[in-house]
Ligand binder design. Structure first.
Ligand code: ADP
Length: 319
């Protein structure tokens, strides 16, 4: 049996399924991201994994012990499984150090002091120890919240969209820092997000959730190069349907732009992006509009262009 395991979890709200036989297995120290749109069941799942919500059926085990839900346990939740969400509140009138120390109130004083110092050090918060939450950036506040959650050394950390309120630069910096931290602390982490890019930055191990069911799991390379559905393929980029071929698709970065031979079209729109121009190309014969990357920024609106691609790059996607 794995370190942390969920077996066939089902949950409905008023007869509408929120989770459909969801299962997962994690080894100690493993990271997993669960990616799904809003409403796909991510928060419900994490609350059940943390023992904070009653599932209809299925079980959760940590270290072979069942995580009991609030129906079966007087005080819901576990110190071993910590859930953090976006609006996790810090105590506004307590300093950074006090916020981090708070979960350790009933612990041995010496141990509490050692943990506090270690976390301030690990999270790069030493210089901010006497500041109040409002004197910190959003990213720093979120770091304090996560440091506080780690104070009592939980076995599993569940992160529910913890970066949603941060701007992109803050978010990427925090994700990088946390990735390194979790690796050294050997914490088992499940991160749920609607943002595939955030997930890829933190982990290589992914589950794609849709309508409460797992649609695919694997590492990022597998999911990107061998998606089993159009839905998963589209999470990584736009896909172009190949005319005349029912289930064949190609990504914008796999299409080559040529001055002769291939599928003829003309450029109808162009967007200047950081690494390439993104072209909208109207195909002459079918009238379809394709999205194609132009990394050399060679083509302009109105240009005629021929499209080619390698057979191996074509994705067969039945659904
Ligand atoms: P996510 O975190 O992916 O946005 P949620 O787990 O919050 O998804 O919600 C999954 C589904 O369950 C949604 O359709 C949502 O409307 C529904 N849901 C969640 N919580 C409740 C609740 N307390 N009562 C009724 N429906 C709920």
């Amino acid at each position: 049996m794995s370190f942390f395991e969920a077996k066939k979890i089902k949950k409905s709200y008023e007869n509408l399924p929120a989770l459909q036989e969801f299962s997962l297995c994690l080894n100690r120290g493993e990271f997993l991201s669960i990616v799904g749109e809003s409403g796909s069941g991510k928060s419900t799942l994490l609350r059940i994994l943390a023992g904070l919500e009653v599932q209809d059926s299925g079980n959760v085990f940590l270290n072979q012990e069942e995580i009991l839900n609030p129906k079966k346990k007087l005080v819901p939740g576990y110190d071993e499984v910590k859930l953090i969400h976006q609006d996790y509140h810090l105590l506004p009138n307590s300093t950074v150090a006090e916020n981090i120390r708070r979960p350790l109130l009933h612990y041995d004083k010496k141990y509490a002091k050692v943990r506090e110092e270690k976390l301030l050090q690990q999270f790069g918060l030493k210089d901010f120890r006497d500041r109040l939450p409002r004197q910190l950036s959003g990213g720093q506040q979120q770091k304090v919240a996560i440091a506080a959650a780690l104070a009592i050394e939980p076995e599993v950390l569940l992160l529910d969209e913890p970066f949603s309120s941060l701007d992109t630069i803050q978010k990427h910096r925090l994700i990088d820092e946390l990735g390194n931290l979790f690796q050294t602390s050997k914490t088992t982490v499940i991160f749920v997000t609607h943002d595939l890019d955030d997930a890829l930055r933190l982990t290589d191990n992914l589950i794609i959730l849709r309508n409460g069911a797992v649609v695919q799991k694997g590492n990022s390379f597998e999911l990107c190069t061998q998606p089993q559905s159009q839905y998963v393929a589209r999470l990584f980029s736009h896909i172009n349907a190949i005319p005349g071929e029912k289930n064949e698709f190609i990504r914008p970065n796999e299409v080559k732009l040529r001055s002769k031979a291939g599928l003829l079209g003309h450029v109808v729109d162009l967007r200047f992006l950081v690494h390439f121009n993104s072209l909208q190309i109207k195909l002459k014969e079918s009238g379809q509009v394709w999205e194609v990357d132009d990394p050399l920024r060679k083509y302009q609106v109105g240009d005629r262009v021929y499209l080619q691609w390698e057979k191996e790059k074509v994705m067969q996607l039945l659904s």
